[in-house]
Design a protein around this ligand. Structure first.
Ligand SMILES: NC(=O)c1ccc[n+]([C@@H]2O[C@H](COP(=O)([O-])OP(=O)(O)OC[C@H]3O[C@@H](n4cnc5c(N)ncnc54)[C@H](OP(=O)(O)O)[C@@H]3O)[C@@H](O)[C@H]2O)c1
Length: 253
């Protein structure tokens, strides 16, 4: 069943070939949004996501672009405009790589690169969609962050510090863009099963992660996608500048 409010809205999901982004793209597609599946290099994954949306009766297209690259983001926006129209919903989810190291081990190059790339990508994709959202007086922006942006975890100083910057960036975007009908919200997820990071964790580690939640299991990409869908549609019309924990009650923030 599709939600009539969402019908036809164009949603760009960055990093949607796999993991949380793929689950989000599929869900938004099933709810009647026209979905742009952005990815970096895995054409096959992105094309599979598009095919599954289309097989379920939805509309989608895959667009390759490195969201850290201004020219690539501009090309992606042009491609979407030419084939579908203007983006009304942005889900910025792409996973920018980072070093898993302690403060004592990490170099400035490693920490600085993550800070630069995380914020550059968020800045570029937001800049790309704001003018048209503003002109139409409507927009939904959802930024994918992490629990480690608020609660430090071993080895996560690069991820947590850069995502903390993203959280506050989102609040500034929300504050400036509210008068133009654009909302911006952040999701902080706990470790999510069936993602590249989860596959790297051993079974013991995954069990420990599950035990740390009140609900007794790790998050799935679909759990996160459903929260994204709320912030991406009309139901969240009076909610902006929030940072929503999707963590099974893992840590009270
Ligand atoms: N997994 C977790 O446990 C977890 C927990 C909390 C928050 N998060 C956040 O959730 C988001 C998604 O994470 P995930 O684990 O679902 O990721 P994932 O499964 O590793 O998938 C990453 C996606 O991002 C794309 N990507 C990477 N770099 C890109 C770039 N420069 N430009 C465009 N696309 C790019 C990849 O494209 P290719 O396939 O082409 O490489 C892929 O589609 C991230 O922001 C992450 O920080 C994840």
């Amino acid at each position: 069943m599709t939600d009539h409010h969402d019908n036809g809205r164009i949603a760009l999901v960055t990093g949607a070939g796999r993991g949380i982004g793929a689950a989000t793209a599929r869900l938004l597609g099933s709810r009647g949004m026209r979905v742009v599946v952005n990815y970096l290099s895995s054409d096959k994954d992105a094309n599979d996501v598009v095919a599954s949306i289309q097989a379920a009766g939805g509309e989608a297209m895959a667009v390759q672009a490195d969201v850290r690259d201004a020219a690539a983001v501009a090309r992606m926006t042009e491609q979407v405009r030419a084939s579908m129209g203007e983006v009304e919903v942005l889900v910025h989810n792409a996973l920018i790589p980072f070093a898993v190291k302690s403060f004592e081990q990490i170099s400035w190059a490693e920490l600085g690169t993550k800070l630069d790339e995380e914020m550059r990508a968020a800045f570029l994709v937001t800049k790309a969609v704001i003018p048209c959202m503003r002109a139409h007086g409507y927009g939904r922006i959802v930024f994918m962050s992490t629990g480690t942006s608020r609660q430090p975890r071993q080895g996560m100083i690069a991820l947590g510090t850069s995502k903390a910057a993203l959280n506050q960036f989102a609040r500034y975007v929300a504050q400036e863009m509210g008068p133009h009908g654009i909302t911006a919200n952040v999701i902080t997820a706990s470790p999510v099963d069936e993602t590249s990071i989860a596959y790297l964790l051993g079974d013991e580690h995954r069990k420990r992660q599950a035990a740390q939640t009140v609900l007794g299991r790790m998050a799935t990409p679909d759990d996160v996608a459903r929260a994204v869908a709320f912030f991406a549609n009309e139901d969240s019309g009076f909610v902006t500048g929030t940072i929503a924990a999707v963590n099974g009650g893992g840590a009270w923030e």
